[in-house]
Design a protein around this ligand. Structure first.
Ligand SMILES: NC(=O)c1ccc[n+]([C@@H]2O[C@H](COP(=O)([O-])OP(=O)(O)OC[C@H]3O[C@@H](n4cnc5c(N)ncnc54)[C@H](O)[C@@H]3O)[C@@H](O)[C@H]2O)c1
Ligand SMILES: [Zn+2]
Length: 365
């Protein structure tokens, strides 16, 4: 057992909020929301996969605190993270009769969290949002920091808002039912926090692989707590990504390109980011910014968790580099990378020649 529930705060002035992390955290969700003073009608946005496992315990906790619960479902999958389902969630919220003092609970992974968060941010100009993330990725990343949004034909997350939740409830027990591949993909984002900001987290991941993969509660709690602490610190300093928050994109310039080129069908986000972190580390090493020993450590850790560091020969490197140029974070064609300089430190580098990137990515690893 991992013991008590930990609490962290995301410091954003009057929009500050708490993150609770621990096994069984859902049990005290109702009590917590009651203390925040929301109206008694409350909506849970979820999908049937997640609700089947956790709908009853979340509803029970809320009922016990006097809330009347109305579930709203969206279909399971990234393909449904779009405006059609925002519209249908909003319509159901009006039908329930939520008012400006009501709250929306997002119960699920990043797809549910992003869509429910966006709907909450625009319903009557914004009502309270509570995140109850149930994938490792959403627990360490998407539920904290306030980015909400949906996809459209022009790209991923092209429509959205910055809208902070009022509370984040991370119940580690929910990871027990998470498919193995999803768990490993979530670990990629944890490795990212190690690379950008925390050599001790990186070492912990290296030394506790078996425990983490066998879902030992204390080990999971440690990596989730550390990741959320780092994300909270970064977001507190730069909520809207005009500076420091960019470091969270480590591995993502190359990773997003791989997702784009494979049409989001071959790789889970975390898997693409894992490859992206190693690809970018190779670029850093080729520029003389990262020592060879650290590059090898990054590779060994990623591979140790069964995540990719190489891609099939059929994927054209040229099209990957083109996709980096067309990324929404690229300004005036100058690709921006968050490159490691040692384990725990990164530097933002712009304007690396396209030919140089091509030559590094084409070379044998
Ligand atoms: N807002 C942000 O800052 C941010 C950051 C990173 C990613 N994202 C977004 O997050 C999304 C990806 O999120 P994800 O990786 O959580 O995927 P997801 O939400 O699609 O969940 C993955 C799968 O696991 C299932 N699932 C969820 N919890 C489960 C559980 N406890 N037990 C069993 N099955 C469970 C889901 O139903 C789904 O089939 C993407 O849309 C991405 O754009 C947002
Ligand atoms: Zn990511």
């Amino acid at each position: 057992m991992s013991g008590l529930i930990d609490n962290l705060t995301v410091n954003l002035g009057e929009r500050s909020y708490e993150i609770s992390i621990g096994a069984g955290a859902i049990d005290s969700l109702g009590e917590k929301l009651s203390s925040l003073g929301f109206n008694k009608k409350i909506v849970i946005v979820s999908n049937e996969t997640v609700f089947k496992h956790y709908g009853a315990c979340v509803s029970q906790s809320l009922n016990k605190a006097g809330f009347e619960v109305f579930p709203i479902f969206i279909p399971d999958g990234e393909a449904y993270k779009d405006m059609r389902y925002v519209e249908s969630v909003l319509n159901e919220m009006f039908t329930v009769g939520l008012d400006r003092k009501s709250a929306v609970v997002a119960l699920g992974g990043g797809v549910v969290g992003d869509l429910a968060g966006f709907a909450a941010s625009i319903y009557m100009r914004g009502i309270a949002l509570v995140q109850v993330p149930t994938t490792l990725l959403s627990q360490v990343d998407s539920s904290v920091g306030g980015k909400t949004g949906v996809n459209n034909p022009f790209g991923k997350n092209m429509i959205g808002t910055f809208y902070q939740p009022r509370f984040v409830c991370i119940d580690i027990d929910t990871l027990k039912t998470l498919p193995e591949r999803e768990l490993r993909a979530g670990i990629a984002e944890v490795i990212k926090y190690g690379i950008i900001r925390d050599a001790a987290l990186f070492a912990f991941l290296k030394d506790n692989r078996q425990k983490i993969l066998s879902r030992d509660s204390a080990a999971l709690k440690h990596i989730i707590h550390t990741s959320c602490r780092i994300k909270a610190e970064v977001v507190s300093k730069d909520e809207r990504e005009s500076g420091l928050r960019e470091i969270l994109n480590c591995g993502h310039t190359a990773g997003h390109a791989l997702e784009t080129v494979t049409q989001y069908t071959q790789y889970l986000h975390g898997e693409a980011v894992a490859w992206g972190m190693y690809a970018e580390a190779r670029i850093a090493a080729a520029l003389g910014l990262l020592p060879a020993a650290a590059l090898k450590e990054i590779r060994d850790l990623i591979e140790g968790y069964g995540l990719p560091t190489s891609i099939p020969k059929g994927i054209a490197i040229g099209s990957l580099v083109e996709a980096m140029i067309y990324d929404k974070k690229t300004v005036a064609g100058a690709i921006k990378f968050v490159l490691p300089t040692e384990i725990g430190k990164v530097k933002i580098i712009k304007g690396i020649e396209k030919e140089f990137i091509l030559s590094v990515l084409k070379s044998e690893t």
